[in-house]
Design a protein around this ligand. Structure first.
Ligand SMILES: NC(=O)c1ccc[n+]([C@@H]2O[C@H](COP(=O)([O-])OP(=O)(O)OC[C@H]3O[C@@H](n4cnc5c(N)ncnc54)[C@H](O)[C@@H]3O)[C@@H](O)[C@H]2O)c1
Length: 248
């Protein structure tokens, strides 16, 4: 039985991970970390990583960037593999995560869904075949999401950019610069409202037509399942940086 520490256990995704584990006989929740205590659980919840008593086999992190960095330090000191799903990380934090992966196994994906990772490959292939089209990414999420654009939108853009030899510039804000779009630009639009789990559309606009590729997530359980797949994958692995591409 794999013993899991959930970082951000009180959050929406923390709850989904608890639910997914309760339906999976390979896993059990050992403990949780969050900024507030919660006595509703049968496992202990810590508000300070320095107080954690039981050592888990793996950490699953769905929290906020500052909490991710705190739990990473705990993971490094205790040699525990970690799955990082938290998004909205700064470039410096992303770089730091790579440094931690030189000491412990780190599995990271801004989107733990298999289909999105497949979409990542598809849009890269389309971009290579539809050169000269205007590429725009539209993402829609619930009204509680704080970061924009979504980590998934960036994941899709990075995949396209890689396929095009890193020749693309990202435009996050058309309001500041009054100028027409550049050919080598990927534009991002973020829509926030209601209870949308996550929708991503990559548009390839030509002169006479437009190809759109869309993914719609209906349930957050999808991401929890993916994170557990990541957890199963990195347990017993050597230190290093792992992503969904390794599983695909
Ligand atoms: N990679 C993926 O597939 C994927 C999917 C869904 C969500 N996410 C990301 O996961 C993160 C969490 O999403 P959510 O919807 O559960 O958000 P949420 O706001 O519901 O939950 C975040 C939790 O982190 C806790 N937290 C805040 N500060 C903390 C601290 N200092 N220490 C410990 N815990 C702290 C909050 O109290 C909260 O319980 C977000 O970054 C979101 O974008 C990733």
């Amino acid at each position: 039985m794999i013993k899991v520490l959930i970082n951000g256990c009180n959050g929406k995704m923390g709850q989904e991970v608890i639910k997914a584990i309760s339906n999976n006989e390979n896993f059990t929740v050992l403990n949780g970390v969050d900024k507030e205590e919660n006595s509703d659980y049968i496992f202990p919840v810590y508000t300070d990583v320095n107080d954690i008593k039981e050592k888990p086999d793996v950490i699953v992190d769905f929290s906020v960037p500052v909490a991710t960095m705190q739990i990473l330090e705990y993971a490094k000191n205790n040699k525990i593999p970690i799955v990082i799903a938290t998004t909205g990380l700064s470039e410096e934090q992303k770089q730091n995560i790579k440094e931690y992966s030189k000491v412990i196994p780190v599995f990271q994906s801004a989107n733990m869904s298999y289909d999105i990772n497949l979409m990542k490959k598809i849009v890269a292939e389309v971009a290579k075949n539809l050169s000269g089209t205007d590429i725009e990414i539209i993402e829609t999420h619930h009204n509680r999401k704080v970061d924009a654009p979504s980590g998934t939108a960036l994941l899709l853009a990075d995949s396209i950019n890689d396929a095009l030899g890193n020749s693309m510039e990202y435009n996050f804000n058309r309001f500041q610069n009054r100028e027409k779009r550049k050919k080598n630009e990927i534009g991002f639009s973020s829509v926030r409202g209601g209870n949308i789990v996550g929708e991503h559309t990559v548009c390839f606009f030509g002169e006479n037509d437009c190809l759109e590729i869309t993914h719609k997530a209906y349930s957050r359980g999808l991401f929890a399942e993916g994170a557990l797949k990541g957890a199963e994958y990195i347990i017993g692995k050597d230190k290093g940086y792992y992503t969904m591409d390794d599983i695909l």
